[in-house]
Design a protein around this ligand. Structure first.
Ligand SMILES: [Zn+2]
Length: 337
């Protein structure tokens, strides 16, 4: 039995037809975990659909109405890059309910994983890049509304920048510093020590991503790490460590939302970084250790993963569970309750 819960529903499957986004990965991950006895049936909990009132904490009522009524224009559907259907909307509402449940359980148990979600390209008034509803942004706003937390941090390690998340939680009153573009990775923090953009903000956003990749317009996160093409394990892990340390010096979150995309993998069809499967597991361990040592609850979502062989995507996502199990099995006795 795992020292935390896995949020999953067989209805996480997205009926989007033949697509680079393998919507059966959620089921395959669950099956692999059970086959390998890394998890048992009692580790899984089933979410409810998010409510429209939850979703409108982040998304505009106009956009949510269009989703519910089938009123998206052809251009809006094209921008989403997945076909619209009421069944797809239901699946996204369920992934969002899953992130709400994962946030709740993380606050109780220290850690919880949504075996889906991570739809970080969804904006308040539109979806894009396979993302219809920004599930974990909704989960953060729901936790705040219920008075369970005031401050949260997103740590987005998908190969693509978390543009929707950055936009949703961005503070338009404070213009970020725009650092000159460089061939070396840039840690584009919008604030120096003592002048934190986090002052007054309630959500601090970190994104590590390939600079020369979708999305081509990148709204500023609190910290953006723009990685060069072909970046490998050692360099990536050093930048992640740097970003986490910097973020956690500037900001004191009561919940971390970790977006554990599998697409920084060297053999990903939509990514241009060069991480190994082992390097990605070390990435997961680094995030969980950073949260654990500071006693910050962490919830995880899966986001992207488009490896040439779907088995590799499944392995990378399963390893996130194994990494958390290794970190939290040793942590349960010394974590203050
Ligand atoms: Zn991605």
């Amino acid at each position: 039995m795992l020292p935390f819960k896995l949020v999953y529903s067989e209805k996480y499957f997205l009926p989007i037809g033949e697509h680079v986004f393998r919507a059966d990965k959620f089921r395959l991950i669950r099956e692999r975990l059970l086959q390998q006895h890394a998890a048992d049936e009692s580790d899984f909990i089933v979410p409810d659909l998010a409510s429209e009132s939850d979703v409108t904490l982040v998304h505009s009522p106009h956009y949510v109405n269009k989703l519910m009524e089938g009123g998206l224009s052809a251009r809006e559907e094209l921008q989403m890059e997945i076909p619209y259907s009421p069944q797809v909307v239901d699946a996204f509402m369920l992934h969002t309910g899953g992130s709400i449940l994962a946030a709740e359980r993380a606050l109780e148990d220290g850690v919880c994983m949504n075996m889906g979600g991570g739809f970080h390209h969804a904006f308040p008034d539109h979806g894009e890049g396979f993302c219809m509803i920004n599930d974990f942004a909704v989960a953060i706003r729901v936790m705040q509304k219920r008075g369970k937390i005031r401050r949260a941090m997103t740590v987005d390690c998908d190969v693509h920048q978390g543009n929707g998340t950055a936009f949703i939680f961005g503070n338009s009153a404070l213009k970020p510093n725009v650092l000159p573009s460089s061939s070396a990775p840039t840690l584009a923090s919008v604030s120096g020590p003592g002048t934190s953009r986090a002052n007054g903000a309630d959500v601090f956003t970190i994104s590590l991503h390939q600079e020369h990749n979708y999305p081509f317009v990148k709204p500023a996160s609190s910290i953006d790490v723009n990685l060069p093409d072909g970046c490998g394990d050692t360099e990536y892990l050093a930048w992640l460590d740097n970003a986490l340390s910097s973020g956690l010096r500037q900001f004191d979150p009561e919940l971390i939302c970790y977006v554990a995309g599998a697409d920084p993998f060297s053999e990903d069809q939509l990514g241009g970084l060069n991480l190994t499967i082992e390097g990605l597991k070390q990435r997961d361990e680094l995030v969980f250790r950073a949260a654990r040592t500071r006693n910050i609850p962490v919830m995880t979502t899966y986001a992207g993963g488009y490896a040439n062989h779907v088995e590799d995507t499944v392995t990378i996502h399963c390893n996130t569970v194994l990494a958390a199990a290794e970190v939290y099995r040793t942590a349960t006795s010394d974590r203050p309750r």
